[in-house]
Design a protein around this ligand. Structure first.
Ligand code: NAD
Length: 301
């Protein structure tokens, strides 16, 4: 199976490396030439453009920052869709929105090109180790056809067919939004507790042992609390994009989301304060800075 992989960033880099390591024939492209070059180092063939990467592919995978970029890469001048062979398959693994994929799909159908949305979670760690969670929207037969590739990039037990076209994007956006909302709530609770005089490690341990525990509190917060790691592997600019898309989705289906909307604003405030490339957990820094505390504790084994 010949695969084109477009977008070789923090996520697409390791995901494509895992495909190459599994023996998949890969042609790759990224607008950042250094990233395309790095992929040659693990056995991929560098293409001169996204369209060139796609022209003889059975499957085209995209892992791009925003819906606007996905649309431009697929449908813009020199676009990938026009270059894709008949009856090939496009798998968009970006965190994007159904409307863009719908526009691509309407044009793709004329030439028998099939489409899956397959966004992921699991952070750069999961991309590296090939243990991502993958949420796939689209036809069951296409999901089965893509399974071998998806199982290389993700944990096969957590590669899920979640519904028709667009369902993967919706699940992914809701996962991120719930995680972001919890992040803000945990930042508040830890900051208030520490300001009230409780030792952070005792507070953390108490919360983990309580019904208020969560995977985010118990696991994902630890690098921040023990080493000041705000997860630059996922830039706050992209996190703002995701929380914005989640609120847009809520608006589109006419569900009021007060908590989600406040969370979006807090993420945007953190981006304005600490810059686009700051890590996705920098909203916690807003609380640390306002309260004049650093939420740090010793790592326990
Ligand atoms: P990134 O910014 O590190 O990588 C994106 C890559 O796309 C970059 O290398 C960039 O040069 C390339 N690119 C931009 N425009 C291009 C174009 N027109 N043609 C070809 N390449 C182009 O972003 P990332 O962190 O790898 O995220 C990618 C997607 O995955 C996003 O939608 C993000 O929301 C999602 N995601 C990220 C994480 C994470 O932890 N980083 C986790 C889950 C999902």
């Amino acid at each position: 199976m010949r695969v084109a992989f477009i977008g070789l960033g923090n996520m697409g880099g390791p995901m494509s490396r895992n495909l190459a390591a599994a023996g998949v024939a890969l042609r790759v492209f990224d607008t950042d030439a250094a990233r395309t070059e790095a992929a040659v180092g693990y056995g991929a063939i560098a293409a001169g453009s996204a369209a060139q990467a796609a022209e003889d592919a059975d499957v085209v995978v995209t892992m791009l920052p925003t819906p606007a970029i996905v649309e431009d890469v697929l449908l813009g001048s020199g676009g990938v869709l026009a270059a894709m062979p008949e009856n090939s398959l496009w798998i968009d693994m970006s965190t994007s929105v159904p409307e863009v994929a719908d526009r691509v799909r309407r044009r793709a159908a004329e030439r028998g090109i099939r489409v899956l949305d397959a966004p992921v979670s699991g952070m750069t760690k999961g991309a590296d180790s090939g243990t991502l969670q993958i949420f796939v929207g689209g036809d069951a037969a296409d999901f089965e056809a893509a399974r071998t590739l998806l199982d290389v990039m993700g944990d096969p037990k957590r590669v899920l067919h979640v519904g028709g076209h667009g369902a993967g994007y919706a699940v992914k956006l809701m996962i991120n939004q719930l995680w972001f909302v919890q992040l803000v709530a945990i930042a508040e609770a830890l900051t208030v507790g520490v300001k009230a005089g409780v030792d952070l490690s005792i507070l953390h341990r108490s919360l983990v042992a309580s019904p208020a525990n969560s995977v985010l509190l118990e696991r994902d917060f630890l690098p921040l609390l023990t080493a000041g790691d705000y997860d630059e592997g996922f830039a706050i600019a992209l996190a703002c994009k995701d929380t914005g898309l989640a609120v847009d989705l809520a608006r589109a289906v006419q569900v009021p989301v007060e908590v989600g909307a406040i969370t979006e604003q807090l993420f945007r405030r953190a981006r304005a304060a600490y810059g686009d490339r700051a890590g996705e957990m920098t909203p916690v820094r807003l609380y640390e800075d306002i309260a004049g505390v650093e939420l740090r504790m010793e790592a326990t084994t």
